[in-house]
Design a protein around this ligand. Structure first.
Ligand code: HGY
Ligand code: MN
Ligand code: MN
Length: 417
């Protein structure tokens, strides 16, 4: 016999309206989002969320890491809080669904629970974490909240400490505030997140929901090739110490090394900075931004070592020097088995299909897993596209995901019999 609780569903119209409102700031003509953390567009999106929180009669909370939340009751009730959320920041020229869907779904869950008479003491908080995408530092806000952020993480953010300081000031934040944002573990009951899969496994297997078992570790490096700048016209080709050649060959070797020997890992060069950076000057300095990912820290370490050796061989070949600097790492994490099971029982209640899978993307749930039981569900990504304006998830799939989030939150909040 279905109880009335089991028939509760999200308000689809309000959910769509809220999602549309949360994806207006920084919208791109192609239909994506361009609001890297602490940019004007991102701060506008936060102001929009803050207004929505106040309009709907919830309390606004912002911690010293800039994490912005809607609280049903202020955390002073002393009860451990059930935290739901994701992130409103995007990558440069990213998609509409990465992060924003999770914040909108969590906000809808908060509202529909209140609509259905959840008592005023219901300790539920909906959060937008700062800089999940690592425009400055990966999972910045959730690592700050979980007390994992160190001074070292903040010394050379993406190689541009000055720009980081300006961004912090723009947002009214500070390094000391970031390092002071940790929450006590006993203040949280659990953390739940809904996110797009950003891959094709769900779509290919025609599965409604992905229940995430864990996330890969992510390791970021700056590899700088150092040569000698010289005239592009008068310097013979065989007399050059051209940093561009070392960087280019290294980039190709990253791909070859992984595909030949580390098929269980991925590695990416997403940016190269040339200096002096002019048509008519042989580059004397090229910085390669490289990251590698693996579920297994030992494999990640072995791949790093292999690429360090490769960088030395490549630089020697072109008469260069090389500096291989570890920038930061996000550790691989497992999700709480109890939360996995709660998600799966919600999937069953809703008559949906699900499969357990690891996440090859990083998520705030990865940080939160060190503080409290954390869980993450995926909804399918059309064609697997993400970090691109092509990112898309059919709306009915978003609604299904939000209902799974809702019923899992209700299970966790249900007073124990
Ligand atoms: O990079 C990632 O895996 C995530 O989208 N921040
Ligand atoms: Mn994301
Ligand atoms: Mn992302």
């Amino acid at each position: 016999m279905t109880t009335s609780r089991e028939t509760i569903r999200i308000n689809e119209k309000r959910f769509l309206e809220d999602f549309s409102r949360l994806t207006r700031d920084g919208a791109t003509p192609e239909g994506g989002l361009n609001r890297p953390a602490l940019s004007e567009a991102h701060l506008a999106a936060r102001a929009t969320f803050r207004n929505m929180i106040q309009e709907r009669g919830f309390s606004v909370r912002e911690d010293t890491a800039g994490n912005l939340s809607a609280c049903h009751t202020l955390p002073e009730t002393g009860k451990p809080v059930l935290l739901l959320g994701s992130h409103l920041d995007s990558v440069a020229n990213g998609g509409r669904f990465d992060g924003a869907l999770g914040v909108a779904a969590a906000f809808e869950v908060l509202q529909v629970m209140r609509d259905n008479g959840a008592d005023s003491e219901m300790p539920v908080e909906v959060i937008d974490f700062t800089d999940e995408e690592g425009t400055w530092v990966s999972l910045l806000g959730s690592r700050a909240m979980s007390g994992q952020l160190t001074q070292k993480d903040l010394t050379n953010p993406r190689g541009d400490p000055e720009a980081f300081q300006q961004a912090l000031e723009r947002a009214g934040l500070s390094i000391s505030g970031l390092l002071d944002a940790a929450r006590p573990a006993d203040s949280l009951q659990a953390y739940l997140e809904l996110h797009i899969e950003q891959g094709t496994r769900l779509e290919r297997s025609e599965t409604d929901i992905g229940v995430v078992t864990g996330m890969v570790g992510i390791h970021m490096f700056l590899i700088t090739f150092l040569g000698q700048s010289n005239h592009a016209g008068t310097t013979p080709m065989n007399k050059r110490r051209d940093a561009a050649l070392g960087a280019a060959e290294f980039c190709l070797m990253v791909q070859k090394t992984v595909m030949d020997n580390y098929p269980d890992c991925v590695a990416t060069v997403g940016r190269m900075d040339f200096s002096p950076g002019a048509f008519n000057i042989v580059a004397n300095r090229v910085t390669v931004f490289m990251e590698l990912r693996s579920e297994d820290p030992t494999r990640a370490g072995a791949l790093e070592q292999a690429l360090r050796e490769t960088s030395l061989n490549t630089s020697a070949k072109f008469g260069l020097k090389v500096d291989f600097q570890h920038l930061e790492s996000v550790a691989e994490r497992k999700m709480a088995p109890t939360i996995v099971e709660h998600f799966e029982s919600s999937v069953d209640l809703l008559g949906l299909s699900s499969r357990r899978l690891p996440s090859l993307a990083g998520h705030d749930a990865q940080s939160m897993a060190t503080l409290c039981p954390a869980g993450l569900i995926f909804v399918p990504s059309a064609g697997g596209f993400s970090h691109s304006f092509r990112e898309y998830t059919p709306w009915e799939a978003c609604v299904e995901g939000a209902n799974v989030l809702l019923h899992t939150a209700m299970q966790l909040l249900k007073p124990s019999e």
